[in-house]
Design a protein around this ligand. Structure first.
Ligand SMILES: [Zn+2]
Length: 143
């Protein structure tokens, strides 16, 4: 008997969580979209800038390589690899934001994966790849 009641409560809670989805207003969704779009443009500009810098540095290295010994060449290769890693990281973040924008259109973005509550717009703007609300995130980190 008690067990049935418990199950019902859980089911009711799930239903509430489900019903809570889609309650975000159009204005809020727009706010998220604007924040995500701005973030994507920022990151894209950063990525472009990094690529330009890599090209410039590489050019500089090539013209400056006369008299390099093996250690110099090794350092330059290492530097170049680090720059490329940095550029790839930025690109990965661009992709994350673009996936978020796609999911926003589908209505599957901005809801906590754990409790189903809406993740605050401010949090999404700061962390476009956030999939948990602040409460659930804190619980997760405490574990
Ligand atoms: Zn949550």
């Amino acid at each position: 008997m008690a067990k049935t009641a418990e199950t019902k409560t859980a089911a009711a809670k799930a239903a509430v969580a489900k019903a809570a989805r889609g309650t975000r207003t159009v204005a809020e969704t727009e706010k998220i979209r604007v924040a995500l779009t701005e973030r994507r443009d920022e990151l894209k500009a950063e990525h472009d800038q990094t690529l330009v810098e890599i090209a410039e540095l590489q050019q500089h290295r090539l013209t400056d390589s006369a008299g390099d010994d093996q250690a110099d060449t090794g350092t330059k290769t290492f530097e170049r690899e680090q720059e490329i890693t940095l550029a790839n990281n930025i690109l990965e973040r661009v992709n994350q934001v673009e996936r978020a924008l796609e999911r926003l259109d589908e209505g599957g973005y901005g809801w906590c994966e754990k409790c189903g509550n809406a993740i605050p717009v401010e949090r999404l703007a700061a962390f476009p790849s956030a999939t948990l609300c602040v409460t659930c995130k804190q619980l997760e980190e405490r574990r």
